[in-house]
Design a protein around this ligand. Structure first.
Ligand code: FES
Length: 214
């Protein structure tokens, strides 16, 4: 579980919002609604637009670009929106706002032994996604921009000549890390970056050597 200080409560206008850049490249949006504070991804899930530039009435957040909307208490999509917002747990202590995330990253073999700070930054990048049994996570030719960590469920990999496919064998939850942002975090901590790349190459080699099931 990681806890990152974002700001003082006094910085957030009543029933207003403000965004912050967290170390590691993540933008976090903090919104106030009455006595409560909420934290969400700062960038619209539709396109690269800052949500803090949108509209917020204390209950509904609206992206000014194409008017997708979200319920501020849950991050659930409403109206035209086609995707929810990634929500972060908020803790308010002595007038300071923190975001908290617990994650399967710490248990992931790939990130074992890396520094606590770097793990914390990666933790903030992770977005939790749910997939139903039979969902295809990857098929040959798909872009390979992001990194997925299995949190729960089971995923089958098929790798061979002209075949590269990952399919959920049961309902699964995965943590998705934006590839570019992940690389930036790892580049800022070369020792941890080296450990991750070494483990990644070992995992790839292992899966190429035999079809794996996780
Ligand atoms: S960029 Fe936000 S709704 Fe399109």
């Amino acid at each position: 579980m990681s806890k990152i200080r974002i700001c003082n409560t006094a910085e957030i206008p009543s029933n207003g919002m403000k965004d912050y850049d967290v170390e590691g490249g993540l933008k976090v949006l903090i919104a106030n609604a009455g006595d409560c504070y909420y934290a969400y991804q700062g960038i619209c899930p539709h396109q690269e637009v800052c949500l803090a530039e949108g509209y917020y009435d204390g209950a509904v957040l609206t992206c000014h670009q194409h008017l997708w909307q979200w319920d501020i208490t849950t991050g659930k999509a409403i109206g035209l929106a086609e995707a929810p917002l990634e929500k972060y747990e908020v803790k308010v202590e002595d007038g300071e706002i923190f975001v908290v995330q617990s994650s399967a990253l710490k248990a992931a073999q790939l990130f074992m032994d890396i520094s606590g700070d770097t793990l914390q930054q990666l933790d903030l990048l992770a977005r939790r996604e749910k997939y139903e049994t039979g969902s295809t996570l990857y098929n040959i030719g798909d872009p390979t921009d992001d990194l997925y960590i299995l949190e729960s469920g089971r995923v089958e990999f098929l790798i061979g000549r002209d075949v590269a496919k990952a399919t959920c064998l049961e309902d699964s939850v995965l943590l998705r890390l934006n590839g570019e942002e992940t690389l930036k975090v790892l580049e800022s901590d070369p020792a941890s970056g080296y450990l991750v790349m070494r483990k990644l190459s070992t995992l790839i080699t292992r899966h190429l050597g035999s079809q794996g099931e996780k």
